[in-house]
Design a protein around this ligand. Structure first.
Ligand SMILES: CCCCCCCCCCCCC[C@H](O)CC(=O)SCCNC(=O)CCNC(=O)[C@H](O)C(C)(C)COP(=O)(O)OP(=O)(O)OC[C@H]1O[C@@H](n2cnc3c(N)ncnc32)[C@H](O)[C@@H]1OP(=O)(O)O
Length: 720
């Protein structure tokens, strides 16, 4: 794990723990023993710590955090480094992060390869740098930079690290050779001034001012998230307390975070995100044995909001796009809008003027699909109508080259039905983007019964290339995301039973959702849901009225239909579930007594006796219904593993990452408790089939050993 050799009187400690040289127990032991050995060796003048492979250590081993750890701990290794009688040089390349950077800060000197990056990403794991990083970094950079770097988790380039005083030199070429050369130039100089534990924080007298300003920002930016504030408290300690006491405070804060629910969820999320990129199909094909095709050109059909957004994602990644739209005016508008959106990115510093021009150069509009014969992939993003989509796919099948992938951005429709009109169903898949497509990180990829492994591998790989988090779903009505989302349905029932829209929104926002469900509904438009419901009713041959309370034996709420009938279509009409001050162009929702009256009248007409609804019930009704459907999705193999579901929720619906996702949340509450409440709600609401308890959940609670391990057990520390 740590290779030891002596060259030119340098003891080289080469850390060899692929893939990221995490500081696992054996690495810590190797470093400790290596430094002690070199310190005692009269033939050694200096010690160099360097990473083998692609990086200097990128942090502590996160996997070790979920089991009882073993000494030597990182701070002990660090102090052994700092107190060595030989100068220690850390040679940084790749990503020197977290514990890796802390090891470097215990060293007497730091040399960085030009492309190296350094940072403290612990905050993203709900932690703080717990091996004295919060005490040492401010001693090098001053408080403001340390506060910014540690509370944001931002990685800084070698050049910036040099400017901040984190590294002593930036080098090009052979890192070891350059480090030796630098070492030779400073050998013989006293070590004491290089020991950060003996230095002070130069702007310590300003700490209260900086602390207050940073705290105000953090509370605004990270509502409900505790780690950033703990980071700040620890940095304040570094300026206010003697070194040893500051380190003790850091240790206490670190332990509190480490044993808390938020860090558990964030650490789970780190691995869940990586697990979601690995997939297995029922036929044995998998990400490990399937190679993607290279996508060099693409077409997007439909220049509405979704189509334009998808085109932006592709051109931003250098993939030329033909954007097809029959309506010339609409096409013209879309191309102009794409230009504006990219202009906005330039203004925000997310791309340069040249990059914007490069994007627009590879974007081309077309009025018909005849031009698509050479593209590698087509993504259709027209109106959600099966017949229309089938017509398009039938044409594409004739026009496109045989190797082209034909994908649909459908959010609900069966991929098999779309593929059935083509002669190459193995090339057909779903690529479901979330609005706005150029911002939302999720790409929900869908395979049908005939989709080939190459097609799946290609769309999963494409997602990664365009900067998305791809998750794979088997085809079904609504796929993982929309099928599972029962929040809106239960929220409407809760309003009928006694809550008000703003009560529910408040509870969901306090839980950590960025916006309550009724605010979201106003933003996307009440008419959207209305047309989906009308379409569904048409299919079933029924007519919906404002008094409809059951549809095909299922409970139904017509509250949103009432809003539609009143012309309250949401933000765009200035009125929906809330009222908006359109005169001042404000998007701020205002509680509207007219809506309350409408709700009360509705309940009176339907003879619903209203009651007091607790915040606990709101959470349970909205989330447990969703979780129950999640288990059914797992049971049916729509999602391969719970991580896939949780990642869909985090990146598609902005579910708070510090709660892990609905499935992880359920495991934290305790599956037994969740199951019992689902059974209770099933008894209370027999006309909502989403409360019919999932067999998988029942089995997990009663006979956990009979459940295949990939479906649950190895991913969570579920409390049964
Ligand atoms: C008696 C009781 C006494 C108690 C005393 C307690 C003392 C306390 C001491 C605590 C000291 C800890 C202090 C330290 O500050 C804490 C940390 O260091 S936390 C970790 C900080 N580092 C990170 O968060 C980095 C995370 N990794 C990344 O950001 C990226 O992986 C990367 C390094 C930028 C590389 O990105 P990519 O090249 O894209 O590669 P992947 O992301 O796909 O990763 C590849 C592979 O590696 C796995 N992995 C990555 N990082 C870690 C890690 N830190 N630990 C374990 N595993 C890691 C990753 O999961 C991938 O594997 P896969 O999941 O695909 O199998």
């Amino acid at each position: 794990m740590v290779d030891y050799r002596v060259e030119d009187q340098f003891a080289i400690l080469e850390i060899n723990n692929p893939p990221v040289n995490a500081l696992s127990l054996h690495v810590r032991e190797g470093l400790l023993n290596g430094v002690l050995r070199a310190s005692a060796d009269n033939n050694v003048k200096a010690i160099i710590l360097i990473g083998k492979g692609k990086t200097f250590p990128s942090g502590a081993d996160i996997k070790e955090f979920s089991r009882p750890g073993k000494a030597p701990w990182l701070p002990e290794v660090g102090h052994t480094i700092e107190s060595s009688n030989k100068p220690v040089f850390s040679a940084l390349h790749g990503t020197a992060l977290g514990g890796g950077l802390e090891i470097a800060l215990f060293s007497h000197y730091r040399i960085a390869e030009k492309t190296a990056k350094v940072g403290f990403p612990e905050v993203h794991l709900g932690l703080l740098p717990g091996a004295e990083g919060t005490i040492r970094l401010p001693r090098l950079t001053g408080l403001v930079i340390a506060m910014e770097m540690i509370t944001s988790g931002r990685q800084v380039s070698a050049k910036e690290a040099l400017k901040f005083g984190i590294v002593d030199k930036v080098v090009e070429g052979n890192l070891l050779k350059e480090t030796k050369a630098f070492a030779k130039s400073v050998l013989g100089q006293p070590l004491e001034p290089r020991k950060l534990s003996l230095c002070g924080v130069k702007d310590a007298d300003q700490v209260d001012k900086y602390y207050e300003a940073a705290l105000k920002e953090l509370l605004k930016k990270y509502r409900g998230v505790i780690a950033p504030v703990s980071c700040l408290k620890s940095i304040r300690g570094s300026a206010q307390l003697p070194y040893k006491e500051a380190a003790e405070l850091e240790r206490t804060l670190f332990s509190e975070l480490m044993s808390g629910a938020q860090s558990a969820a964030l650490r789970y999320s780190f691995f869940a995100e990586r697990a979601a990129s690995r997939w297995n199909l029922p036929n044995g094909a998998s990400s490990a044995n399937s190679k993607p095709l290279t996508i060099k050109s693409a077409a997007v059909i439909g220049a509405g909001t979704m189509g334009s957004g998808i085109a932006i994602c592709l051109i931003r990644s250098g993939i030329p796009v033909i954007l097809v739209e029959q309506n010339e005016k609409m096409l013209e508008n879309a191309l102009r809008n794409i230009g504006y959106i990219l202009q906005g990115s330039v203004k925000l510093g997310r791309m340069t003027v040249d990059q914007r021009s490069d994007c627009l150069r590879i974007l081309q509009g077309a009025a018909s699909i005849e031009k698509l014969k050479d593209v590698d992939i087509v993504i259709e993003a027209v109106y959600e109508n099966l017949k229309l989509k089938q017509e398009i796919f039938e044409k594409l099948d004739k026009i496109c080259k045989p190797t082209a992938l034909l994908c649909s951005n459908t959010s609900t429709l069966d991929i098999d039905l779309i593929a059935s009109v083509t002669s190459k169903p193995d090339r057909v898949a779903g690529t479901h983007f979330f609005a706005p497509a150029y911002i939302m990180k999720l790409l929900e990829n869908i395979y049908g019964s005939k989709t080939s492994p190459i097609t799946v591998a290609t769309i999963m790989d494409l997602g990664k290339k365009i900067g998305k988090i791809s998750v794979l779903s088997k085809t079904c009505d609504g796929f993982i995301a929309n099928r599972m989302n029962k929040i809106g349905t239960e929220a409407a029932f809760l309003v009928e039973e006694g809550a008000l829209p703003h009560d529910i929104d408040q509870v969901l926002e306090d839980f950590g959702m960025p916006m309550g469900v009724f605010k979201v509904s106003d933003l996307s438009g009440i008419d959207i849901g209305w047309s989906i419901r009308q379409e569904m009713a048409k299919k079933q041959g029924i007519t919906l009225t404002l008094e409809t309370h059951y549809v095909s034996g299922e409970r139904y709420s017509s509250l949103a239909d009432r809003l539609y009938n009143l012309g309250r279509l949401g933000l765009k009409t200035g009125k929906g579930w809330y009222r908006y001050n359109n005169a001042s162009n404000s998007r701020k929702p205002i509680i509207d007594p007219d809506v309350t009256d409408m709700i009360l009248n509705h309940c009176e007409k339907l003879r619903i006796k209203r009651r007091q609804i607790s915040p606990q019930e709101i959470i349970e009704r909205c989330l447990y219904a969703t979780v129950n459907e999640g288990f059914k999705i797992l049971e049916e193999g729509v999602a391969e593993k719970p991580e896939d579901i949780d990642i869909v929720w985090q990146y598609g619906f902005s579910f708070p990452r510090y709660r892990g996702g609905p499935m992880f949340y359920a495991s934290q509450v305790g599956l037994k408790k969740v199951y019992e409440r689902i059974c209770y709600y099933h008894e209370s609401f027999p006309y909502s089939k989403h409360w019919l308890p999932s067999d998988l959940l029942k089995k997990l609670v009663s006979h956990p050993n009979e459940v295949p391990i990939n479906l649950w057990m190895n991913y969570t520390n579920s409390k049964l």
